[in-house]
Design a protein around this ligand. Structure first.
Ligand code: EPZ
Length: 419
């Protein structure tokens, strides 16, 4: 794709926007629709390339798919495929979340390994060892994962070594079809986990404790269709709040669940923003110049989200004083620092630590988006910078941000999508 964003920086963001549905919730919920054997109507799905890829996978598995704006209707009654082609697999890394759903529905699954990505190695060992504990037989050969369950799927006690979001989702999906009770200890507690559990429970499953570190799934209950709406995207919300703060603006984000933003709000406040939380909305009024935030350590929820680290870092490049980031979730999530440096930011990366020495202003430059949130970080920097920033490889950004340029334009930003 040769499109790029052209941002003329220096405009204070101002206004009110609605926040899109969460990509990382829509994807597992869409995969879970495969289990219902009936029709599921899923609202608030963001219009994104990753969501389209998930719909494509469902359609290749034999589901009827109808997309109307943000509503995706999945009829899985005639689904008969249990294999995802390499081509579909490579379109979206998160397609691994189909593994649990396909096994639960068909007792077998074939797909290729998702492989690494921009954030470094993305192993799935925890997914696979958990499924094995449940009786799934997995052959890993020639880059393929071939799963079957010759003796059925059993509910078991699983203790996760780290609270992996994807592994927790895959176990929950598989456990819904298991004989007996599955208990997941050290489960991920992200709001997207709770959303998936809510969806499955609406379809007739019985999942208890989602959002806590012990999740219990009573397997083997028959599922049916339902109508559901995915939660708002807390990372998109955090990105626009960071953009507002970086430009000294004032915005209200609407249609959010403020408690999902708790790890973000204290950081904005420490940076000197006035944050007001209402019902379903958050307003941020930024000072003329932000202050440094002493330390931001990314951790599993309810810690500071790794996905918000790049845009918040971009915001703090123009703060007064030195901020310190510690990235604890991914090995390689500082690729955006090269672009930020090119725009005049003063950054030093050492292993998991990034030290950001605030500068009075950034200047526009031509920069590639290196990955989804890293691309959003460059955009935040571009909005705050003097001059024009041209962001290439924007397909990364469009994987996660619906109508990115339109939303920012509505807040008064000068951003153009150029094809
Ligand atoms: C989800 O990825 C999100 N993706 C990511 O969002 C997010 O960054 C991440 O959770 C952490 O919050 C989706 O929901 C689709 P993990 P996931 O398994 O499930 C290691 C974005 O920008 N690990 O919780 O893949 C892993 O390498 C994306 O929207 C293993 O070692 O994340 C990582 O270091 C990027 N073995 C850590 O755990 C495994 O089997 C956390 O990963 C699984 C994971």
């Amino acid at each position: 794709m040769m499109s790029y964003f052209e941002i003329r920086g220096g405009k204070r963001l101002n206004g009110r926007i609605k926040i899109q549905g969460a990509k990382n919730s829509a994807l597992p919920v869409l995969s879970a629709a495969l289990l219902s054997n009936e029709q599921c109507v899923i609202h608030n799905c963001p219009e994104l390339t990753d969501v389209a890829a998930a719909a494509d996978i469902l359609s290749h598995l034999g589901c009827g798919i109808n997309i109307e704006g943000n509503t995706i209707t999945v009829d899985s009654s005639k689904a008969d495929g249990y294999e995802i082609s390499d081509e579909l697999m490579t379109k979206m890394r998160s397609s691994i979340v189909f593994l649990g759903a396909i096994i639960a529905r068909f007792g077998r699954a074939v797909m290729s390994f998702p492989g690494g990505c921009e954030l470094g190695p993305r192993p799935i060992d925890i997914h696979l060892s958990s499924l094995r504990q449940m009786g799934v037989v997995i052959d890993e050969e020639h880059g393929k994962i071939i799963c079957s369950a010759p003796n059925g799927i059993s509910g078991v006690d699983i203790h996760l070594p780290i609270p992996s979001v994807g592994a927790t989702e895959n176990i929950m999906l598989t456990a819904v079809a298991a004989n007996g009770i599955t208990t997941i200890r050290n489960a991920a507690r992200e709001p997207e986990i709770t959303d998936l559990a809510d969806f499955l429970n609406m379809c007739g499953a019985r999942i208890i404790g989602a959002g806590d570190s012990i999740v219990t799934v009573l397997g083997g209950r028959p599922l049916h269709g339902c109508e559901f709406s995915v939660i708002p995207d807390r990372i998109v919300a955090a990105t626009y709040l960071a953009a507002c703060a970086a430009t000294g603006g004032r915005i209200t984000i609407d249609d959010v669940i403020p408690s999902h933003l708790w790890p973000i709000i204290p950081v904005l406040a420490e940076a000197g923003c006035d944050v007001t939380v209402g019902s379903g909305e958050v307003t941020v009024l930024a000072p003329e110049r932000l202050r440094r935030v002493k330390q931001i350590t990314t951790m599993a929820y309810p810690g500071f989200p790794t996905d918000a680290q790049p845009p918040v870092m971009a915001m703090l490049t123009v703060a007064e004083g030195t901020s310190v980031f510690i990235e604890n979730v991914f090995q390689n999530r500082y690729r955006h620092t090269a672009g930020l440096s090119r725009m005049g930011a003063k950054l030093k990366v050492e292993g998991r630590v990034c030290i950001v020495e605030g500068v009075p202003s950034l200047y526009g430059s031509a920069v590639d988006a290196t990955d989804l949130r890293g691309g959003a970080a460059i955009a935040v920097a571009g909005l705050a910078a003097k001059g024009i920033t041209r962001i290439s490889r924007i397909e990364h950004i469009l994987r996660g941000y619906e109508k990115f340029d339109e939303v920012l334009s509505a807040l008064g930003a000068d951003i153009k999508l150029i094809n």
